[in-house]
Design a protein around this ligand. Structure first.
Ligand SMILES: O=C(O)CCC(=O)C(=O)O
Ligand SMILES: [Fe+2]
Length: 351
């Protein structure tokens, strides 16, 4: 290893273009600071990405401790032999959960393959609401920690959902009532591992996309994540910040708010500078609406002021249909060229 894990944050180079993410204080949101709620709303409309500073707040400190534990667990999972990890690849059975080997997904309309391993752990499985999928011992022995991590993500999500609903002049429970922890949904923890790429041919690890669900809570330690600055063709790096999560809004928030909120395009490239020689681990929690919720505008508040009929189908697909369509179009088994790429699109055309 060229440098220690304690240096990871500071090893991000200063000479690469960085995204201007604002930092929102979770502590201020929890203590009902109106100005901070407004900053959250503005960030969610303008870029759809922001840092959430976890400091000075019990929920935040719990999430940070949980994320450290998850990074350790992720390394132990990926250290398993490849043939062991492959036993937990359920893509052939149409399942989104479990292991995805390197190159099993397409990252553009030409069918280029991805360059990372992914392991998706279902909330419903861990909370014993849905089917329990087979998992290796390193994971099954940590179900209690995984459940605690899900709960602590949920606490933060609820704070954000409440604040955004209030800013949209909607009843505060508008979004939390579509994301009840005990109701079946596609929410999941994701472990991502990308090995260093050869220096001479570094390229995309994960293609450009918007997230399918509602809000995403992401922990990065080294760079590689990039966002497309709205209205430009400039891809810029999101610098990981110690003590902060990177939060982004997914397509469901665009649908619910009739386009007031933004789900921004992003992608993952090889980490910048000398970080490019490291293995990149990334920890994600994806929240998604309950399966039966329609992906369409909610009624009331500022959403009612957006003209109807814009953005097509007002009936909305169910979240279950939406997720199925978006996942499958990206899987190598289902990919049939540019048409299936287009068919799996979400709200990313809206710039
Ligand atoms: O690894 C990252 O930093 C981002 C991953 C991501 O965008 C995703 O899995 O949807
Ligand atoms: Fe993403």
């Amino acid at each position: 290893m060229p440098f220690q894990s304690s240096d990871l944050f500071s090893s991000f180079p200063n000479d690469v273009p960085k995204a201007p993410l604002v930092t929102i204080s979770l502590h201020k949101l929890v203590t009902n600071d109106d100005e901070e709620k407004n900053r959250l709303f503005e960030a969610s409309k303008l870029l759809g990405f922001f840092y959430l500073d976890m400091g000075g707040c019990e929920d935040g400190e719990t999430l940070l401790r949980g994320s450290d534990e998850m990074f350790d667990l992720m390394e132990r999972f990926y250290d398993l032999p490849l043939e062991e990890k492959r036993k937990y690849d359920f893509a052939a059975q149409g399942s989104y959960f479990g292991y995805k080997g390197m190159g099993a997904e397409v990252i553009d309309e030409k069918g280029t393959r991805d360059k990372n391993e992914i392991y998706n752990i279902s909330k419903d499985d861990i909370l014993s609401i849905g089917t329990q999928v087979p998992a290796p011992d390193v994971i099954t022995t940590k179900r209690t920690s995984l459940a605690a991590y899900i709960q602590s993500n949920n606490a933060i999500l609820y704070t954000l959902f409440n604040s955004l609903a209030t800013s949209l002049h909607l009843p505060p429970s508008t979004f939390t009532s579509l994301h009840r922890l005990e109701s079946p949904s596609g929410c999941h923890i994701r472990f991502i591992r990308a090995p260093p790429q050869p220096q001479t041919q570094r390229s995309l690890a994960l293609g450009e996309h918007t997230d399918f669900g509602s809000l995403t809570i992401l922990f990065n330690r080294i760079g590689g994540l990039q966002v497309l600055l709205p209205g430009t063709s400039d891809w810029v790096y999101v610098r990981p910040m110690r003590g902060c999560a990177i939060i982004n809004l997914g397509d469901a928030m665009v649908k619910f708010s009739a386009g007031i909120l933004r789900s921004n395009l992003h992608r993952v490239v090889a980490p910048p500078g000398r970080q490019g020689d490291l293995v990149r681990y990334s920890l994600v929690y994806f929240s998604r609406p309950e399966y039966e919720v329609k992906m369409k505008r909610v009624e009331g508040g500022l959403v009612d002021e957006v003209p109807r009929g814009e953005g097509g189908n007002e009936d909305g697909e169910s979240t279950r249909e939406w997720l199925m369509r978006r996942h499958q179009g990206r899987k190598v088994q289902f990919f049939k060229g540019a048409e299936s790429w287009e068919g799996a699109m979400g709200t990313e055309a809206r710039l």
